[in-house]
Design a protein around this ligand. Structure first.
Ligand SMILES: [Zn+2]
Length: 579
């Protein structure tokens, strides 16, 4: 008898406890659900209870947890992915620039000037004309634009125009006058005030934040209310693109030269969260530079303790190691091909970056370091390696942001040191055959945006947009990752096609691996039982359509923590039906 009782008990432990399982709040069924789970890569249905995933499986199988109050959506074969995570974004900056003149629509200097003039005429009430997105390749002859170019279309109001990468500003003479910048003005930190080599006259171009700040500080600041309103608009836009998490790589100060700027931005998200109006998840990296004081780092540590997530999480810091290849400020191992007199200009010596990284590592911060040139990348890898060797053991997941060129010897070090490669696929697109490639030269091109080499060497790659540098649309990023073509399909077959990723690899960089890159892989990034129900329903199955059609797919619904944070007006029409 005793034996029989034990057998019954064991049988009950292994049997499915159907009657005791509470019904789901929401069931999505009849879809193509890409879970990114090793146990079950594809499923047809996902059930959600509260803010979490309750079950994943076949449609018929999951009908068992439909109760009288369960909302059921028939997906009609649509693709479901874990919600997209943008691993590198400048969100407030992007939000505040939504209404600035968009110069990326121009293809020549004259077209840029026409756009500035039209924008200024449309916005007569603006004291400053601000624009973004101009491209170094638009100016014929490879020169930089000048204030005189701009004065020809706008001389009575100051104009401040930021290059697409955010690393260079181009202003008119009125802006120099209003900001009281003269040929004697010195950059406040890393940067260069560009002067005519013959006359020493200001050209109106300012490279990197320390120089750009000289003009930017004269631009009237948006109010807190303006910033909150801008954020809410931009958060809505992010959800409409399927983003359920963003990782804010703050880096350089944008509107306020004080390093306190970053916590001020964090404070805006805190206010939205308190009001229950933060519709997606935010991981926040605070700017650190050599000017950052010890008491500010202590404040960052308190913010880290106070904001552990899962909606708003602090604890990362961002360092800027160098500039960009287009303006020769990225630190290279060999001189620039178009100007052998320079190999760039990292902001820190090896000893300085070693010291800064060791200090931040010891304090327990998660470190993001912007490093674009192969020399800067190596210096940061060295600094991470030394910090790990000399400081107490920690779960380290330090990251390098951008990595536009990497030397062959350094490729395997990402995996061996556990350093995360944070790379923005669409950056390999807007300027790939222009100034960037010219400055780099042919010899190094095979290691340009070397996504595949890094992945094959075992590195964990995470993706993002760097918005407002380029669009925050992750489908555009996925397209660039798998094709290395621009949106017009150029160059056909892809630019350095060996470095293309598969769609599965690229999706992982926007989901599961991106969650790992903020220490949140137990919470999100795959569609598995117990994880947050963050997911996106797409109009087309990206795995079935031609790669060039990926950017045309539409987000039909975005769920964050089980709640529909965005529903497309076309959701019903495309096969979704609510019961
Ligand atoms: Zn950035």
């Amino acid at each position: 008898v005793r034996q029989i009782l034990i057998s019954l008990a064991l049988a009950c432990l292994s049997c499915e406890s159907v009657p005791s399982e509470p019904p789901a709040d929401l069931l999505l069924r009849g879809g193509r659900i890409y879970t990114l789970s090793a146990a079950q890569e594809w499923a047809e249905a996902v059930a959600i209870r509260g803010d979490k995933i309750a079950a994943v499986g076949g449609s018929a199988e999951l009908d068992r947890i439909v109760g009288p109050k369960t909302a059921v959506i028939d997906l009609g074969g649509k693709l479901v992915l874990p919600g997209f995570i943008d691993s590198h974004i400048h969100f407030l900056e992007g939000a505040l620039q939504i209404h600035h003149a968009k110069l990326d629509e121009a293809r020549s200097l004259q077209e840029m000037l026409d756009l500035v003039k039209a924008y200024a005429d449309r916005n007569l009430g603006l004291a400053w004309i601000q624009g973004m997105g101009w491209n170094y390749t638009y100016v014929e002859g490879g020169r930089l634009p000048t204030r005189q170019d701009l004065d020809a279309v706008l001389s009575d109001r100051p104009a401040y125009l930021q290059a697409y990468d955010g690393h260079t500003a181009w202003v008119n003479s009125k802006a120099l006058e209003v900001a009281a910048v003269t040929r004697h003005s010195k950059p406040q930190g890393y940067g260069e005030v560009v002067k005519d080599p013959l006359t020493g006259d200001l050209t109106g171009v300012f490279k990197e934040q320390g120089a750009m700040e000289l003009v930017r500080r004269a631009i009237p600041q948006p109010s807190r209310q303006d910033k909150l309103a801008a954020l809410q608009r931009a958060l809505g836009e992010a959800l409409a693109h399927g983003l359920t998490s963003i990782q804010i790589a703050h880096g350089s100060p944008t509107f306020d030269p004080s390093p306190k700027y970053a916590p001020d931005e964090l404070d805006l998200y805190e206010e939205l969260e308190r009001r229950g109006e933060l519709p997606l998840r935010v991981y926040f990296a605070m700017s650190v530079s050599r000017q950052t004081k010890a008491e500010e780092l202590e404040q960052f540590a308190r913010l880290k303790a106070r904001l552990p997530g899962p909606r708003l999480k602090a604890g990362a810091v961002k360092i800027v190691m160098d500039g960009v290849i287009e303006s020769h400020t990225a630190g290279m191992l060999e001189p620039y091909a178009d100007d052998p007199s320079t190999s760039g200009n990292p902001d820190y010596s090896q000893a300085e970056i070693d010291r800064l990284i060791a200090d931040l590592d010891r304090r327990g911060f998660h470190i993001f370091t912007h490093a674009i040139g192969d020399r800067s990348v190596r210096m940061v890898l060295d600094a991470y390696q030394r910090a790990a060797a000399n400081n107490p053991p920690l779960p380290r997941r330090h990251r390098i942001e951008h990595i536009e060129v990497v030397s062959e010897e350094d490729v395997p070090r990402f995996a061996s040191l556990g350093v995360i490669a944070s790379m923005q696929p669409y950056h390999a697109s807007p300027d790939i055959t222009g100034v960037w490639a010219r400055n780099l030269g042919k010899k190094r091109l095979a290691r340009a945006f070397a996504w595949k080499s890094l992945r094959q060497a075992g590195a964990r790659l995470v993706h993002g947009s760097d918005w407002p540098v380029v669009t925050l649309d992750p489908l555009v990023g996925l397209h660039a990752a798998v094709t290395r073509e621009d949106l017009d399909g150029k160059p056909a077959g892809g630019w350095i096609p060996e470095q293309r990723l598969t769609l599965a690899e690229a999706v992982r960089g926007y989901t599961a691996d991106a969650a790992y890159a903020s220490f949140e892989e137990d919470l999100k990034g795959t569609l598995e039982v117990g994880k947050q129900a963050d997911l996106v329903v797409l109009s087309d199955d990206l795995f079935q359509i031609l790669a060039r059609r990926i950017p045309e797919a539409e987000v039909l619904m975005t769920l964050v923590g089980g709640r529909a944070a965005y529903t497309s007006p076309r959701f019903g029409e495309l096969g979704g039906a609510k019961k």
